[in-house]
Ligand binder design. Structure first.
Ligand code: HEM
Length: 416
């Protein structure tokens, strides 16, 4: 039987890039023990499906990091409070009602399933163009060439961000995504450089300040121009809120769907029967995507702050405690998912990959459509793909986790 000390040690090991390729044995042992505290730090880890679900549904669960009673000590913690306190204005991901409700409503109409369906032809075109180029080049890295540029192109077009700025944007975005990882102040190798983080946040804000000025002069058919109109219309959206909303959408569009497409491609390459079944029947893509979201979630943990006392899985959590929901552990909880380590696209899937409740992922319909088109076109057009190196190299990010590269061998890329 695992112990609390072992769970803390396992949690620290999760920070180590050496376990990035397969953290699931650690998650399994942590979940078996159940919720635990990180020593004297005001942090509780929740690894069960019932516990994560209860916290996400509980109105006492806040995302306002200023409520967290974190004294930054020696223990590995989810170092959230500090990073956002340094930012001028948190995005609505880190706001409670009523500000959250008002800001989310302003952008939600750009991401409804109906609006997203209208993007399908453009998404298909982007994917087919990529595959045409790889056919001509004769090389194919499923991350660098497909999983990354697809969502990035789509979010830049949606927002109205010039694609030629992409090299700079991807660098800021990657640094900001690291701020969602737990850190250890003591263990230098697990520390995130606060100056680098601050710089990336400031530079991205300045970038959007300048772009906003250009769009104000020349509005386009994009979300940024729409948000500007909302700002101009009165008190719906302040200027700071406009900037932080753009930054949130840009980072969300850069750092999440890439991992879904990459993790799903990896799952299919490891299971040639599943890949063949998808090629024969594109309808299977939906099951593959939902199972990837459970089996290998692109977002591995979700933080909350207890705005009041609550009890989770029998553990009392005091006000001000940071509650770290280990979604990646909950997704292999045998109490909810029979035979949880088996990749089964046909299973009944109550995963929490997009969260739950008020902050449920706004981009979920878009991510699902992008992944469906990428996977079906990949299955149909790339003949006999093979991964020469398995496991692949992973990005350093612990929370927004995924392969850095998936260089493939293949027989041919068929014309569209
Ligand atoms: C597979 C891809 C994605 C995954 C796994 C994912 C996951 C998540 C999760 C877990 C949350 C909830 C966080 C919380 O409760 O604290 C969230 C929120 C959010 N996501 Fe996504 N996301 C994905 C793609 C996207 C895309 C493509 C966009 C849009 C560009 C997006 C925009 C957002 C926004 C704006 C929120 C904040 C919602 C709120 O606070 O009300 N996401 N996402």
């Amino acid at each position: 039987m695992p112990t609390a000390e072992q769970s803390i040690a396992d949690y620290v090991r999760l920070l180590d890039p050496a376990v990035r390729a397969n953290p699931y044995p650690l998650f399994a042992r942590i979940r078996e023990f159940g919720p635990f505290r990180i020593g004297n730090a005001p942090v509780v880890i929740v690894p069960t499906h019932a516990g994560c679900t209860a916290v996400l549904r509980d109105p006492r669960s806040s995302v306002d990091r200023s409520l967290a009673r974190l004294q930054l000590g020696s223990m590995p913690i989810y170092d959230a409070a500090k990073t956002t306190a340094e930012q001028a204005k948190p995005s609505f991901l880190f706001l409670d009602p009523p500000d959250h409700t008002r800001l989310r409503r302003l952008v939600s109409k750009a991401f409804t399933p109906r609006v997203v369906r209208r993007l399908e032809p453009r998404i298909t075109e982007i994917v087919d163009d990529i595959l045409d180029r790889r056919a001509a080049a004769g090389t194919f890295d499923a991350v660098t060439d497909l999983a990354y540029p697809l969502p990035v192109t789509v979010i830049c077009e949606l927002l109205g961000v010039p694609l030629e700025d992409e090299a700079q944007l991807s660098q800021w975005s990657s640094v900001l995504a690291r701020s969602l990882d737990p850190t250890s102040r003591d263990a230098a190798q697990f520390r995130i450089d606060p100056d680098e983080l601050q710089r990336a946040g400031t530079e991205l804000s300045v970038y959007f300040e300048q772009l906003t000025e250009r769009r104000r002069a020349t509005p386009g058919p994009d979300l940024l121009s729409e948000l500007l109109a909302a700002e101009d219309a009165g008190d719906k959206l302040s200027h700071d809120e406009l900037i932080s909303t753009c930054a949130l959408l840009l980072v969300a569009g850069h750092e999440t769907t890439v991992n879904l497409i990459a993790n799903a491609t990896l799952a299919l390459l490891r299971r040639p029967d599943e890949l063949a079944a998808l090629r024969a029947n594109p309808e299977r893509a939906q099951g593959v995507i939902e199972e990837t979201l459970r089996f290998d979630p692109p977002v591995q943990l979700i933080p909350r702050i207890a705005a009041d006392e609550m009890v989770v899985d029998g553990m009392a959590i005091e006000r001000g405690k940071l509650v770290v929901l280990l979604v990646a552990a909950a997704h292999r909880d045998p109490a909810v998912f029979p035979d949880p380590d088996r990749f089964d696209p046909t299973r009944d899937n109550r995963h929490l990959a997009f969260g739950l409740g008020a902050h449920f992922c706004l981009g979920a319909p878009l991510a699902r459509v992008e992944a469906r088109i990428a996977l079906t076109r990949f299955a149909q057009r790339v003949e006999s793909p093979r991964l020469p190196t398995d496991p692949p190299a992973y990005r350093e990010h612990m929370n927004l986790r995924g392969p850095a590269h998936l260089p493939l061998e293949f027989a041919a890329i068929l014309p569209r």
